[in-house]
Design a binder for this molecule. Structure first.
Ligand code: ZN
Ligand code: ZN
Length: 345
């Protein structure tokens, strides 16, 4: 089968690899029909993710059709259409029993990281019963790819952790796919204001179409002042950090109203200053989380009822044999205006 293989820093290749086989009785082999590229895949290619070793097939998102299942898999059978969760969950360990699937002792984020991933014609999914979801009849498969990772991530790490409330004020710093996923799912709760902050005018324009009540280009260094003006000098109830660099995290610290919540989504590679000298008496909360994908069944229902148009996050489509072009488009989003790219296997 064809598969996109990580070869080391700044190096990847579309290679011919053996089709995966059932290893444990709880495994399933899924024939991928659609997958996508995540910002995390770009981090791996920069050499930022040491757990992902050269030789690994990349990708942790996708939909497909069950090819075969191990003898202990009871929820799925061959030919079932399935959504693949970016998080594998054994369902039994201490963290899975707390619904903290991202910290599953033998699972978590392993796909396209510690085990071969979804940017291939076939993938082996461990703990298939608790790591796959059946695709409802008539569902749009492209839209469902957005449920593997970005929608649950934006929702759980940003909106749920940030306790977005009806009538509340929200700032989302970073209007990439994850920030936009937080923007879409924050609207479940009807906050009064959702202010999107980014450096890229195109992404801010997209954010306006997706329901932001205001947008702020932080390029001129006045983002804090402008957001304070928009919130009568108080700041926001929820600041969602969806970039992962010190400047954006520190902006979020300054944006918080008393009692506010800073919900971090960004993947941080370097230390960030925590300004307790100005925050100690402001009743604030800071949250961090790796997506657990516990909201996936709920998000599937929302998608099915057409209350959320996940497809609007998709800007480009490629065949698997052109996956290098897909990476180029995704990595140069400022020029290509790419959000999520669909790869058809
Ligand atoms: Zn991802
Ligand atoms: Zn577990």
């Amino acid at each position: 089968m064809k598969a996109l293989v990580y070869l080391g820093k700044d190096s990847k290749a579309l290679q011919e690899r053996p089709k995966p086989t059932i290893g444990a009785t709880t495994d399933a082999i899924v024939r991928i029909t659609r997958t996508t590229i995540c910002g995390t895949d770009l981090h791996i290619l920069k050499g930022d993710v040491p757990s992902c070793q050269p030789g690994r097939i990349l990708g942790h998102e996708g939909v497909g059709i069950i090819d075969q299942v191990g003898s202990a898999v009871t929820a799925f059978k061959a030919a079932d259409r399935v959504l693949i969760s970016c998080i594998s969950a054994c369902g039994k360990c201490v963290y899975c029993r707390k619904l903290m699937y991202s910290h599953c002792l033998t699972g978590g984020w392993i796909l396209g990281n510690r085990i071969d991933g979804t940017q291939a014609e076939f993938v082996r999914i461990p703990y298939a019963d608790t790591s796959l979801y059946p695709i409802p009849e008539g569902a749009d498969e492209e839209a469902l790819v957005m449920l593997s990772d970005i929608l649950p991530t934006g929702f759980e790490c940003g909106v749920l952790n940030g306790k977005v409330q009806p009538g509340g004020t929200v700032a989302i710093v970073g209007a990439g796919p994850i920030g936009l996923a937080a923007l879409l799912t924050a609207q479940f709760y009807s906050p009064a204001q959702i202010i999107m902050v980014d450096l890229d005018e195109n992404r801010l324009e997209v954010a306006t179409r997706f329901g932001a009540t205001a947008v702020v280009n932080s390029g001129d260094g006045n983002a804090l002042e402008r957001i304070m003006q928009m919130t009568d000098g108080r700041g926001v109830d929820t600041a969602i950090e969806a970039v992962g660099v010190p400047q954006t995290f520190e902006l979020c610290e300054k944006l918080l109203a008393p009692g506010g919540i800073l919900a971090n989504i960004g993947v941080h590679g370097v230390k960030v200053d925590l300004h307790l000298e100005s925050l100690w008496d402001r009743n604030i909360t800071i949250t961090t989380r790796l997506v657990d994908t516990v909201s996936t069944p709920m998000l599937l229902n929302v998608l099915r009822s057409r209350k959320l148009d996940a497809k609007r996050l998709i800007t480009h489509r490629f065949r698997l044999d052109r996956i290098h072009d897909a990476y180029e488009a995704f990595a140069h989003a400022a020029d290509t205006h790419a959000l999520k790219v669909i790869i058809e296997a």
